[in-house]
Design a protein around this ligand. Structure first.
Ligand SMILES: Cc1cc2nc3c(=O)[nH]c(=O)nc-3n(C[C@H](O)[C@H](O)[C@H](O)COP(=O)(O)OP(=O)(O)OC[C@H]3O[C@@H](n4cnc5c(N)ncnc54)[C@H](O)[C@@H]3O)c2cc1C
Length: 386
């Protein structure tokens, strides 16, 4: 791909990564009339379901891309969450007063969210997403950035005025530009699976705070439920029956292992770049900050990055001096990432195993605290990223 004159880059913005954040960013940029391409190394979407929870700020961001109504029409709306212990209710938190327009946390498998975003992108520009295109080199010049792109038909160099790196937690662009990231591996592991929902809990999110570690249970569309169980170390996952047995042992809930549609075991990593802007390159989403999935805020955080970045990208391409605004943008985004990280760490701490008597006392104290209106409201606001 080459521009019409040597001085004119091929694109206004090249986006590396066609995950939820790259697709979303490209939609907003195309709606502003910019020339945009998304380079995605995968030839198809990953069927491995990661995010299911979309919080009210995520829904507000999705509204700006014109997909919030469609997604919230398809997903399950969680308006209440319960904590249980030994078969009894510890506490209930309501999410329906946190945001008047979106009084719920939406659940939908990430693969479906990405599909809807991809369709929206294609409706704006059918050639905006280039699949099977891995970015293998990035060079910054005075007026443009040059990308080496391998595939899909052949290798090519592409120039763009700006580059958005939305290439995920293991960002190759970060590596190519030697951008440092602080990070750590947290010593918590989890088993996760989706099963037919026979619990009778309907649209309720449930946390089972049990001595052998937390079990989380969230409704999904299509009469299914996601179950996540804390494990001491990363366990080899032979079949769904392992997870089903563990859930039954800790909570008493019976699940049909044959109804399993997704199974995974994961450990937790966290990390952040110090600066999201490096010359003509802007890091967004997991490429900028990876937070623990326990808290389920990473995808929403990435969309919030993009919603805040796009007006600055537009102004900067117009030639405005956006230096001070970019500094404010980075401070604000970093602060939100730090808060999401702290929330996820609190959630992980709540879910670790404890001796039965200590767990019982801790849960009693938590239940008493959450019976006070202001404490329950504060927890609901935190859980819904308000
Ligand atoms: C188990 C689990 C559960 C989670 N649950 C939630 C939840 O409930 N709610 C929530 O908000 N978040 C959740 N998250 C986090 C969420 O999945 C991530 O925050 C989100 O996927 C980040 O989106 P992204 O677009 O920044 O990165 P990614 O989704 O990682 O996408 C990056 C894309 O870039 C592509 N790519 C990488 N390198 C290149 C290259 N060199 N050239 C071209 N393409 C490239 C990759 O193929 C990929 O498609 C969960 C995560 C996990 C692991």
């Amino acid at each position: 791909m080459r521009g019409s004159s040597p001085a004119e880059p091929d694109l206004d913005v090249a986006v590396v990564g066609g995950g939820p954040v790259g697709l979303y960013t490209a939609i907003l940029l195309l709606r502003r009339g910019l020339r945009v391409r998304v380079f995605e190394q995968r030839t198809g979407r990953s069927a491995h379901s990661r995010a299911i929870g979309i919080h009210p700020p995520g829904l507000r961001a999705l509204a700006a891309a014109g997909v919030a109504d469609r997604l919230s029409g398809e997903g399950m709306r969680i308006r209440r969450g319960q904590a249980r212990f030994g078969g009894s209710l510890v506490a209930e938190v309501r999410f329906d007063s946190a945001d008047p327009k979106y009084p719920f946390v939406l659940t939908l498998p990430q693969v479906r969210t990405e599909q809807v975003l991809e369709e929206r992108l294609a409706a704006l520009d059918a050639s905006a997403l280039v699949r099977g295109a891995a970015v293998t080199g990035v060079r910054q010049g005075p007026g443009s950035v040059t990308l080496d792109v391998a595939g899909p038909a052949s290798d090519a160099s592409v120039t763009a005025r700006l580059l958005v790196a939305a290439d995920g937690a293991r960002s190759g662009v970060r590596g190519l530009l030697a951008v440092p990231r602080t990070g750590e591996r947290v010593l918590d592991s989890y088993l996760m699976g989706d099963f037919a929902d026979d619990t009778g809990d309907g649209p309720l999110g449930v946390l089972y705070l049990e001595p052998d570690g937390i079990v989380e249970s969230f409704p999904l569309p299509g009469g299914t439920r996601r179950w996540v169980a804390h494990t001491g170390a990363l366990r080899p996952l032979d079949d769904a029956a392992d997870l089903v047995r563990e859930i039954r042992r800790r909570t008493g809930v019976k699940i049909d292992p044959d109804s399993n549609t997704m199974l995974s075991a994961f450990t937790v990593r966290t990390g952040r770049v110090r600066r999201m802007v490096h010359g003509r390159v802007l890091f967004l989403g997991d490429a900028a900050h990876e937070v623990s999935p326990i808290g389920g805020q990473g995808m929403t955080l990435g969309w919030m990055d993009a919603a805040a970045a796009v007006p600055l990208i537009v102004r900067s391409l117009r030639g405005d001096d956006v230096g001070a605004s970019l500094l404010r943008f980075q401070r604000r985004r970093r602060r939100d990432a730090v808060v999401a990280d702290a929330q996820a760490r609190l959630n992980m701490a709540l879910g670790r195993p404890l001796p039965p008597a200590v767990m019982a006392a801790r849960n009693r104290a938590m239940g008493a605290l959450l019976r006070s209106g202001p404490a329950a409201d504060a927890v609901a606001r935190r859980f819904t990223m308000q």
